[in-house]
Design a protein around this ligand. Structure first.
Ligand SMILES: Cc1cc2nc3c(=O)[nH]c(=O)nc-3n(C[C@H](O)[C@H](O)[C@H](O)COP(=O)(O)O)c2cc1C
Length: 185
């Protein structure tokens, strides 16, 4: 069975730096490990998210995306920084996921912000959130600021290197790579 990675960008901007970052991570993981990937943003989730009190209130499209996230073998989270943290609507999406549904799932954390001032939001906001779910957040989190992008594409070498480091940490969760790593020990 193909290993499936799902990326979710907690942004409703289009074009979006957060979406571009999640896409870059997913594309590298897909080429590195031959896995299947899909990337969504809050536009894909749609308007029912804003008025849903419970998961059953979501429309079919939003439900399908949440189902894909919880069924994924690995998840890439991307969040823009709003007022030093993740946007409320993105948190609302995560609030509609049951605690056990992300347990032990590998999660690669990414975020974007206007500058470097809130670079630690990946560690101080996003990592504890997925710690609550007892997910396997990968050790390297990726934060990118405006200057890491050109025309909404990843363009800085340090960011590319950090993406590669984070994607490398996914290897132990990809069955074909895990077997190769074990054989090499
Ligand atoms: C409402 C709002 C609040 C923001 N607050 C911050 C902030 O606290 N720190 C920061 O570095 N950038 C902040 N920004 C800038 C965004 O995080 C940044 O432009 C981000 O890359 C946008 O992602 P997107 O292109 O996916 O929408 C804010 C932007 C908006 C719209």
């Amino acid at each position: 069975m193909t290993f499936k990675l799902v990326g979710i960008a907690g942004s409703f901007s289009r074009p979006s730096k957060t979406h571009a970052l999640v896409r870059a991570v997913a594309d590298l993981a897909a080429s590195e490990y031959g896995l299947a990937s899909a990337v969504y943003d809050l536009h894909d989730v749609g308007r029912s998210l804003g008025t849903a009190q419970w998961r059953k209130d979501l429309d079919a499209q939003a439900l399908r995306i949440i189902d894909e996230i919880v069924a994924a073998d690995a998840v890439v989270i991307g969040s823009p920084t709003y007022k030093g943290s993740y946007p409320g609507l993105f948190k609302h999406l995560i609030d509609l996921i049951d605690p056990h549904e992300l347990r032990a799932k590998p999660i690669l954390i990414t975020a974007t912000g206007g500058g470097d001032r809130h670079a630690l939001m990946v560690e101080h906001q996003l990592r504890p959130l997925f710690g609550f779910f007892m997910a396997h957040t990968l050790p390297t989190a990726v934060y990118a600021s405006d200057r890491d992008f050109t025309d909404y594409r990843v363009s800085s070498e340090p960011l590319s290197q950090r993406i590669a480091a984070a994607v490398g940490e996914l290897a132990t969760f990809v069955p074909s790579r895990r077997h190769a790593l074990a054989a090499a020990e």
